[in-house]
Design a protein around this ligand. Structure first.
Ligand SMILES: Cc1cc2nc3c(=O)[nH]c(=O)nc-3n(C[C@H](O)[C@H](O)[C@H](O)COP(=O)(O)OP(=O)(O)OC[C@H]3O[C@@H](n4cnc5c(N)ncnc54)[C@H](O)[C@@H]3O)c2cc1C
Ligand code: FES
Length: 268
């Protein structure tokens, strides 16, 4: 079962100072932000909505998963794909940014419906997995990462433990995609007990994973993406179509009901 959203009284908008920026991969940087109130209330799977500069261009904030929490700081892992993310990746320490959060729901890590957590991610979808790993580890829950990318240089493994990798070109780990690695892994491991999949990555990967888990009745929670504006249910910019309990299509606001969605709600 998914963890529910934090009460809105936990959500704050703060001017947060960048304390550190470090490159961790091809066009990817981890940015540390001093924001004690967000760090204190964040749960794995939550995101923040960031105004990347003080100008009107870009006008809208940009959403990022909380990659890590340490003391009064949160880290975000940012892939440079356009105007907003390039401004962030090129920002300097001591710059202040408006950060709204923590937003959205979180991964359901506290349920007793699994013995082993399998954290499946691809590309920049690995961003929320460090915080999820730390949360599981502090609760003494067994976990393994399965991380995929097109090539060795697309794998974002910084800080992760218990990792198996898959690359499309075979340059590191298993040759193939991360869903095929999951299938291989489940066939080889007799000690997992009941597994639950927690995933984040590109949409085609999430769809394939949802189908794989549905066919094997494996519990699965997927962190999903859409274009977002406000991050809090006002602009209706993040509407996505999912299945309801009766298997019928329904539209939801991903910023309010997500970003973490139960796998059975994805249509095939
Ligand atoms: C809940 C959530 C969590 C996210 N977490 C992360 C994260 O941890 N790290 C990270 O690097 N990115 C994350 N993203 C995606 C990130 O928000 C977008 O890459 C970013 O908003 C693009 O901004 P831009 O100004 O650089 O790109 P733009 O110049 O606006 O667009 C460049 C390209 O990015 C695409 N794009 C724009 N916005 C989004 C979006 N919201 N989602 C997907 N593609 C988009 C556009 O279609 C276009 O192809 C997350 C998105 C969501 C919804
Ligand atoms: S991002 Fe504005 S309603 Fe979801």
């Amino acid at each position: 079962m998914l963890a529910t959203m934090l009460p809105s009284s936990f959500i704050i908008d703060v001017s947060a100072r960048i304390t550190n920026i470090r490159p961790v991969g091809k066009e990817v940087s981890v940015i540390s932000l001093a924001c004690p109130a967000i760090a204190a209330n964040a749960l794995p799977g939550n995101f923040v909505n960031i105004k990347v500069n003080a100008s009107l261009q870009p006008l809208l904030r940009r959403p990022f998963c909380i990659h890590n929490v340490h003391g009064d700081f949160i880290d975000i892992m940012v892939k440079n794909v356009g105007l907003g993310t390039s401004i962030l990746c090129e920002a300097s320490c001591d710059t202040h940014l408006l950060v709204l959060g923590p937003l959205g729901n979180s991964f359901g890590t506290e349920t007793d419906d699994f013995d082993t957590a399998l954290l499946v991610s691809g590309g920049i979808g690995t961003a929320p997995m460090l915080f999820l790993e730390k949360t599981l580890a502090s609760a003494a829950r067994p976990f393994h990462h399965l991380v995929g990318g097109r090539s060795h240089s697309d794998l974002l493994l910084s800080g992760l433990t218990n990792v198996r990798t898959a690359t499309d070109d075979g340059s590191e780990g298993f040759r193939g995609n991360v869903v095929e690695l999951l299938e291989k892994n489940l066939a080889e491991q007799a000690t997992y007990g009941k597994v639950k999949v927690f995933a984040c990555g590109p949409n085609p990967m999430l769809k394939a994973l949802a189908r794989f888990c549905r066919e094997r009745t494996i519990a699965c929670e997927l962190s999903h993406e859409s274009i977002m504006g406000c991050g809090v249910g006002i602009c209706y910019g993040c509407m996505v179509e999912l299945l309801n309990a009766e298997g019928q299509k329904e539209s939801i606001l991903l910023c309010r009901e997500g970003p973490v969605i139960e796998g059975h709600r994805f249509s095939a």
